[in-house]
Ligand binder design. Sequence first.
Ligand SMILES: [Zn+2]
Length: 349
Amino acid sequence: MKRTAITCALVLTALCLPLFSGCQRTRAHTMSAYTVLEEPTYSSKGKLSRSCLDAGCDYTETKELRASAGLIYTESDGRIYVAGKGGCTDSVIYISSETQDQKKVYGIGASAFLDDKQITAVIVGKDVREIGSGAFAGCEALESVTLPDSAATIGSECFLSCEALASVRLPASLSAIPDNCFCGCISLIDVSFPVGLETIGYSAFNRCSSLNAAVFPETLQTVGSFAFCDCTSLTFCSFPTGLTSLSPYSFSGSGLKSALLPPTLEKLGSCAFYRCRSLTDVFLPKEVRTVEAPEGMSPFYESSDQLTVRTDALEKSPGWDEGFDILFIPDAGNGETVRVRVLYKQQKN
Ligand SMILES: [Zn+2]
């Protein structure tokens, strides 16, 4: 009973708030990207829904809209691409897979919406195959992006410096997140990695300082240089079996607390965890063939001095660079596991 009364009071308060001018606004919900419930056309409205991402909040909303009209197009090799906003004034933009004169839209052209200041949400219609390089780069008001599963290719710098971008729904068919794709997306908190994802490119999530977790699919093989550099809120990351390479500086300056690396990992790049000040626990399997540490720049260079690297190797493998010192300490609790403490060598001048 009491709970119902409180709920009623809250609902009433919420209803009344807009009636009083100058009242304090409640904090905005952190909304997910839109899900398409019914595909819109130019003549009839479709339906979208989205929900709040904040823990414990079950706020959802639906939106009805028509496909955005007035966009301009270009043709290349017989394929039609969206080239720009043209006369369209929508802030929530729905890009149909057909032009208004019913020609099939293959993709969104390079830099099509570059530096647009008005767009807050983008939904790309089903069947669109390609999103060009820099298509939405610098869209400072853009908060959410929904891409169709048909979009197998996304160009580099696609969402570079979209500083308000919080939530992205990536295509299920995507196998590569390209270079600089979400670089500088400082508000990005919600991104689910497609199940077939194989590579994450150079600097792809560099400076995504709101991103707090990354759960990768089993298909992921390589993570590029600087991919998660300075993701200061990134405390958890899964490193799936199948992963073969972590490039230099891939997680440098991130908030990672632990890194349990898989036995499939062949190469651990120098400075991969450089300046990870919260990193205290790493598991480095004996199968890892190459651990780079040129001139003392080990994968753990300038990380926490509380860092313990555990391994099941009995000694340093030949491919583990001599540029860093490790100390093997047998683990009393488990005969097969050896505890390793990393000691740092200063960088040579
Ligand atoms: Zn909420």
